[in-house]
Design a protein around this ligand. Sequence first.
Ligand SMILES: O=C(O)CCC(=O)C(=O)O
Length: 287
Amino acid sequence: MNIDDDSVTTLEDLRGDLAQRYKRTPSGGSSVDSAVVDADMAALDRDGYVIWENLLTAEQCRQIREVVRPWLAHTGRNSFEGRRTQRIYSLLSRTRVCDGIVDHPRVLAVLDRLLMPNYLLSALQAINIQPGESAQLAHHDDGFYPVPRPRDPLAAATIWAIDDFTGDNGATVLYPGSHRWGKRRPGPDDTALPVVMPAGSCVFFVGTLWHGGGANNTDRDRLAVTAQYCQPWLRPMEAFTLSISRDIARAVSDDIRRMLGYSIHPPFVGAVDGLHPLRLLDTVQDS
Ligand SMILES: O=C(O)CCC(=O)C(=O)O
């Protein structure tokens, strides 16, 4: 850079994209019709969630089931994880079969409006609720960040039905409108809505919405994949920069790579040795 060509003279300038080699590019969400995104945003503002039916084909669900099932061994270590619930964390380090869930254009289009540029992937897990599981403790996902409510969401989540979600097999239970609540928690008089949706569908909800896994009163498993996202200046739940190898970071899409932490929240958050983290992928040696 020419020393005379100073692009930072005010504090506002520090909020811009200061990268020289790795400028931010539009996400895959830019392919979605803006009227469709307007409607999704209106639903999120009103209800705190939106359901998209049949985004995945039966074949995609079958592939996810086939890849994930052999890893489903242990049940949860506490009642929040679920004593009869099996979770596979860090799916991105194990398989590419869920990539299309993580960077689905419909999801990115909403995240592009809800969160700040260079938002991060916070978690990607398979959740298999087994017969006999009881309802999970209601919670809101960005409650792990100690910032008082009411407030804008700091995060957002998707839950993808890989098996059909029915009224009695553990479908996620939502409290519509609870994203606006202040300090209070769900009580017996609040409407609790099981998200009944066919396999291949997705429920997207903001991090302030109260919800929980449902009780499974059937004799069959309920498999889901959840991808969760957070503001680019927060610590993600899963430390993907530690768990994902550089080879995998090179193999995934630009959007996923950016969401794994190969991005900068201006001016410096996420930098490596003062430089853009994408430079780490320029060299051929793996970590
Ligand atoms: O599996 C579900 O339906 C919801 C799980 C959930 O909300 C969680 O574990 O944080």
